[in-house]
Design a protein around this ligand. Sequence first.
Ligand code: PMP
Length: 381
Amino acid sequence: MAQEKLLLIPGPSPVVPRILDALARATVSHVGPEMVRELRGACENLKKIVFSAKGEPFVVAGAGTLSMEMALLNVVGPGDRVLVVSQGYFGQRMGQICEAFGLPHDVLECEWGKAVLPEELASRLAEQPYEVVVCTHVDTATGASAPVEAYARAVRKAGALFVVDGVCATGGIAERMDDWAIDVVLTAAQKCLGTPPGLSVLVLSERAMEKRRSLPSVPAYYADLLRWLPVMHDPTKYFSTPCVNEIRAFYEGTRIIMEEGLEARFARHDLFARAMRTGLAALGFGFFTDPNFLASTLSVVTYPEGVDDKAFRSALYENGVVVAGGLAQTAGQVFRMGHMGNLAADEVLFALAAVEKTLIALGRNVKAHASSGAAREVLSG
Ligand code: PMP
């Protein structure tokens, strides 16, 4: 069998053997004692991951886009207006979901690579009332991280519900639901949580649940969270067959996060981002994202003059590392590298050595080990 490549696209992130082993365990009854223990355990851990004492967690088969849809459909009522705060591709997708369901909305956006400033959000909210505000924590196309805590203050002041797309952040960057007053964190299994793709993951605050309960119906069936709530409270109940193997893997993933500790995990994401960027900069790469908004979970990297995107990425693949190309307007101009989830320091160094080898194979003049040496210094503090 060919050797597996190191998967450094911005999600899915590499899945460690302990989680793969959990995925490969027996398929058990979806209403049996193993699911009671593991789904419950996953839900308890998930609340801790987003710092929510009384929130309602949901883990269902799907992906990040279904989480986005579920979040909107369950908290936006008839006559409500949604403000989408967008710093790029996934904010635009929020707008598209609103359009698909006929939800009245406005988009407050900014140049790619930056995030909307909290003052801009506050002044928009002062001008016009909205019942729901949604934002993307980290836009995976631009590498920009939004100031979620400051947004939350502005949204709470305006009395709206606040929904955060944490698909590229939850479990890697802090999202303190209770302290900051976030009403919905929606995310997916495959990024900072380090588990295989296949799950929609959400936590709703008490306020958000009250809002859902106040709606006589929502334009959804599978995506109606009130149909899932009894299952999340008591996994012996049936609504629609949960993906038991994925849930076993997800439970194991949340246990790994608890063992590492959240603050340590956030600090590790910061450290690896600095190490990776220091190493890449030493090789002549630049960064697309405005330095004020750099996310710790991925880097959107610009090439040194004369390095071709396709040639670089395919040679890097041959050297054992998979990265992603640019999305939409950045296609062909950048590569995107994830450094999130359960990555290890030696994988950061391996990736940089592979990038260095790739540049040499493409005929560039680079100083041997300059990049991994610089990164090693960052890693050793
Ligand atoms: N939001 C963000 C911020 C994302 O990065 C992604 C996936 N890259 C999504 C939503 C959509 O998730 P999925 O591809 O799992 O549907």
